[in-house]
Design a protein around this ligand. Structure first.
Ligand SMILES: Nc1ncnc2c1ncn2[C@@H]1O[C@H](COP(=O)(O)OP(=O)(O)OP(=O)(O)O)[C@@H](O)[C@H]1O
Ligand SMILES: NC(=O)c1ccc[n+]([C@@H]2O[C@H](COP(=O)(O)O)[C@@H](O)[C@H]2O)c1
Length: 171
């Protein structure tokens, strides 16, 4: 049976931005397939987590139409027990042999289960973070240049900036 080198990349993607996009394009050069795990999938309509998992799936899928390897996007809800989280992820994900994340808790939890985690280099981190993009959306500043065009289209389709403004009590 052929062993497929499948990598798991986890994030909240609130929203998906050019930093995530550059990491995924880089990873796709050396794994056979990629699983993109949408963390905190149950959260939406909060200032720090404005978009639903379905909306995040649209952002990611539409941005990655030219990725050179197959990819899967799966929602992963949080659970109350960190010690069981890796088993939870494995129970719902396609099988994977490695993980990509820079989140220290994610790195620790997978390492404790004997799964190596690679932390890809950051891409222009000062501007390319979900926090900065949400701040710019609220401030009426340019956020569109920090995300793939497909993400701009999805945010427009769902009136995402208006939603974020309302739930942040900023209008
Ligand atoms: N600019 C970037 N370049 C490369 N990787 C990034 C960048 N920003 C975030 N990541 C990584 O992407 C993964 C998912 O992160 P996440 O979706 O929380 O993005 P974030 O920009 O850090 O969001 P937030 O600011 O909302 O916490 C994490 O491993 C994180 O380290
Ligand atoms: N106990 C848990 O449910 C648990 C533990 C570790 C990470 N996570 C999730 O993994 C994701 C990690 O993504 P970030 O790197 O974007 O923070 C987050 O959604 C976080 O909530 C969940």
């Amino acid at each position: 049976m052929k062993k497929i080198d499948r990598g798991l990349y986890i994030g909240r993607f609130q929203p998906y931005h050019n930093g995530h996009h550059s990491v995924l394009k880089r990873i796709s050069e050396y794994v056979d397939e990629i699983i993109i795990g949408i963390g905190s999938a149950q959260l939406s309509h909060e200032p720090g987590n404005p978009f639903t998992s379905g909306e995040r799936i649209m952002m990611i899928t539409q941005s990655l139409d030219e990725l050179p390897c197959p990819f899967y996007v799966i929602p992963i809800e949080d659970i109350q027990r960190n010690a069981l989280w890796v088993a939870h992820v494995r129970s719902i994900s396609p099988p994977f042999s490695r993980v990509f994340s820079s989140n220290p808790l994610v790195v620790q939890l997978f390492a404790e289960q004997g799964i190596s985690v690679e932390s890809p280099d950051m891409y222009e981190r000062q501007s390319h973070s979900g926090t900065e993009i949400r701040r710019r959306m609220l401030a009426g500043e340019n956020w569109q240049d920090l995300v793939p065009k497909a993400v701009v289209d999805v945010v427009e389709e769902i009136n995402g900036v208006e939603r974020l403004t309302r739930i942040s009590g900023s209008d």
